[in-house]
Design a protein around this ligand. Structure first.
Ligand code: ADE
Length: 685
């Protein structure tokens, strides 16, 4: 006879559930089997209304400290889903349990999790997709039942098994899917999932976590990453939309014409229509079809006499109402002054006054006033407001609202490191909102850059410097291209440089550069690289690295703005809503790029960087040669060692200036990214 035996089942199982945890407790078995090595194990099953239809709970649920080999007669269950029947089978075991052939002795308890957990996430929307990423957003649950802690996004590639396609229809969708999945978390109801394969379908489902626990997973959503040809598809799509709109518009026109003929209102209609400027507006303008209710930008150059345009869009101001106080700058056409404008019945307001210096020719006057004709068509809080013009006396002037903090680039340089990330994102949000307005109007800026953004005393940013080709003449950053155009290379999308394809999508590229300028407090994009090197690097696929202290989500957005395929870039409306979400959930800005980009610790894994043989060459290349002795004295003699440096190491060896720290960190990040790229591709350096 065996001297010991398995224990009997545990007794008196009770549970205690709160919002986040379920505590199971029991009494030891009445018969320990004559042994002292008693342990417990717990099996979780999810049961429907019919108790015979139970399934094992799976990976979502957690046991603390664990679910087998428990010494104490209690266990805590976490991460359960609400409104589910869980059955827990608790078995007592000892050293001979495994040897016994008799049925297991366990005690079961069923717990229904009816506490106030959040409701399910509803619709999940794809905001945009690139070849390797998909941006998603969704509404917060209707009944969060507490503060939302975060969202878990589970995703996996939708793959088809390696069987003949003829047999696919025998398989359920779930069976097509890979068992392995990835998951990520987001504090905000949006996420950019990166590292995906191009032109590939992925399945996503999302659950929310609050203090009361997890919701169930949302239904599954299928989204696809972009491919190289989707540009063409998108363009064809646009053509289809335009064609459909044109056919629809034509039909509407026929119906209206018949209506007017029948009702005898034709004469009135034709007369009204003949008003020349009305006629001009009724047509396709600036490559955009006008739809009723959409205000469209009118190019002043389409007026035979551009001076008519200025009077259509700008008020003539009596110069006696303007008081010029001081000169604040110099423009291409003359001085820029600050001053005051008195409007009858209103308070005096501060204004900036652009003047046209004497001795101008007709063409200069026309080019000067062109900006007013453009600005006068806009009415948005993030676009510089035109107060009016003086054209009937000398000097000719353009009067605009005064922006106390001047241009954004110099303002940021002056206040390096002084703002919170939220303040910087607030500025970017304002600029994106102004640009959304301009693109909705069909206006393409072509020279969006921090130097062309003005900042007021409330840190509000407004887009300024309008005038298409003229601004480029004015812009010291603009350089002549081989095709003869003058273009601010560092801010301009490759297709605009290569074949002058300017569009709202090329403005989006420039916006990404403005984001980079803002997050680096006015650093010059691509530093001292020559324009030619910038063009070549972009063509080779290089992109600006994240500035120091830049949240990963913002750098991701920049990279999306810098996609080669212009139709893959986000629209300004997407950018505004993405930034809004970040602002509403500031914790989404806590992950910095430098937190993600850590180098592996084991020395063998780091290949020597291929292009910089020595630390000294590298420092020279980023114009930081003055720190060579600091690096050498501190023992950072090879690029292998330098690549492992943290920001603290860089400070410690004596790089004190924040701008210099930033330049070194940014360059190291580029090198690290480059190496990861190489390693990913399996190249051996
Ligand atoms: N410089 C150019 N335009 C300006 C404005 N509107 N306010 C302040 N400074 C400026």
């Amino acid at each position: 006879m065996a001297c010991t035996r398995p224990p009997s089942a545990p007794r008196n199982v009770i549970f205690n559930i709160n919002e986040t945890a379920l505590l199971l407790e029991w009494s030891p078995p009445s018969d320990t089997g004559g042994r002292k090595d008693l342990t417990y194990s717990v099996i979780c099953k999810k049961c429907g209304s019919d108790a015979s239809q139970c399934e094992i709970c799976g990976g979502g649920i957690r046991f603390v400290p664990r679910h087998t080999g428990l010494i104490n007669s209690s266990v805590t269950v976490l991460d359960f889903v609400s409104h589910v029947n869980y059955t827990f089978e608790i078995e007592a075991m000892n050293g001979v349990s495994e040897l016994s052939f008799s049925p297991k002795q366990f005690t079961a308890i069923t717990v229904t999790t009816d506490q106030d957990a959040p409701s399910l996430i509803g619709m999940v929307r794809k905001d945009w997709a690139s070849q390797n990423s998909i941006a998603l957003s969704w509404q917060e649950p209707d009944f969060p039942n507490g503060a939302i802690l975060d969202y878990e996004i589970k995703y996996y590639e939708k793959v088809y098994p390696r069987i003949a396609p003829a047999f696919w229809h025998y398989l359920r969708v779930e069976e097509h899917e890979q068992l392995s999945y990835s998951s990520t978390r987001s504090k905000a109801p949006s996420v950019i999932v990166t590292g995906l394969k191009p032109a590939t379908k992925y399945i996503f489902h999302i659950r929310v976590r609050t203090a009361t626990g997890y919701s169930g997973y949302s239904q599954k959503f299928e989204f696809e990453t972009g491919d190289e040809t989707s540009d063409i598809a998108a363009e064809q799509g646009q053509i289809l939309v335009i064609a459909t709109a044109a056919v629809g518009g034509f039909t509407l026109l026929v119906i209206l014409t018949l209506f007017f003929l029948i009702t005898g209102r034709c004469q009135w209609y034709i007369k009204a229509k003949m008003k020349s400027e009305e006629k001009r507006r009724a047509h396709l303008q600036n490559g955009h079809l006008r739809f009723p209710g959409t205000k469209t930008y009118i190019d002043p150059d389409t007026y035979e006499d551009p001076s008519l345009a200025v009077h259509e869009f700008a008020k003539e101001i009596d110069p006696s109402r303007i008081r010029i106080e001081r000169v604040i700058g110099a423009g291409e056409f003359g001085e820029v002054c600050s001053g005051r404008l008195k409007t009858p019945g209103k308070r005096e307001i501060p204004v900036a006054i652009k003047t046209l210096k004497g001795g101008y020719v007709d063409r200069q006057r026309r080019d000067f006033l062109r900006e007013a004709s453009i600005m006068g068509q806009f009415d948005h809080p993030n676009i510089i407001r035109l107060e009016g013009v003086v054209t009937k006396s000398r000097p000719v002037m353009i009067v605009v609202e005064y922006m106390e903090n001047g241009s954004l680039d110099s303002f940021l340089r002056k206040h390096d490191g002084h703002f919170t990330v939220i303040q910087l994102v607030g500025m970017l949000r304002g600029i994106a909102s102004g640009m959304k307005y301009l693109s909705d109007m069909g206006y393409v800026h072509r020279d969006l850059a921090a130097r062309n953004i003005l900042v007021n005393s409330n840190l509000m940013c407004k887009v300024s410097d309008f005038g298409l080709s003229r601004v480029l003449e004015d812009d010291p950053e603009a350089a002549y291209t081989t095709s003869g155009g003058k273009i601010p290379i560092r801010w301009t999308a490759p297709e605009a440089i290569a074949y002058r394809k300017f569009s709202s999508a090329s403005d989006t590229w420039s916006y990404g550069i403005v984001m980079w300028e803002v997050m680096s407090y006015g650093e010059r994009p691509y530093w001292e690289m020559s324009n030619q090197d910038v063009i070549l690097s972009i063509e080779e696929g290089y992109r600006l690295p994240a500035p120091m202290g830049c949240p990963a989500s913002l750098h991701q957005l920049m990279l999306h703005c810098w996609q080669k395929e212009r139709n893959h870039r986000p629209k300004f409306t997407d950018i505004v809503s993405f930034l809004d979400k970040l602002i509403r959930n500031p914790s989404s800005l806590h992950t910095l790029v430098e937190d993600i980009l850590v180098m592996p610790d084991s020395p063998g894994e780091v290949p020597e960087y291929p292009f910089f043989v020595s630390v000294s060459d590298w420092l020279d290349s980023i114009k930081m040669g003055q720190y060579k002795t600091n690096f050498m004295a501190a023992g950072y003699t090879t690029m292998d060692l330098v690549l492992r440096m943290s920001i603290d190491d860089i400070r410690r060896i004596g790089v004190v200036l924040i701008g210099h720290q930033r330049r070194i960190v940014s360059s190291l990040q580029t090198l690290r990214l480059h190496m990861m790229h190489i390693q990913e591709k399996g190249f051996h350096v």
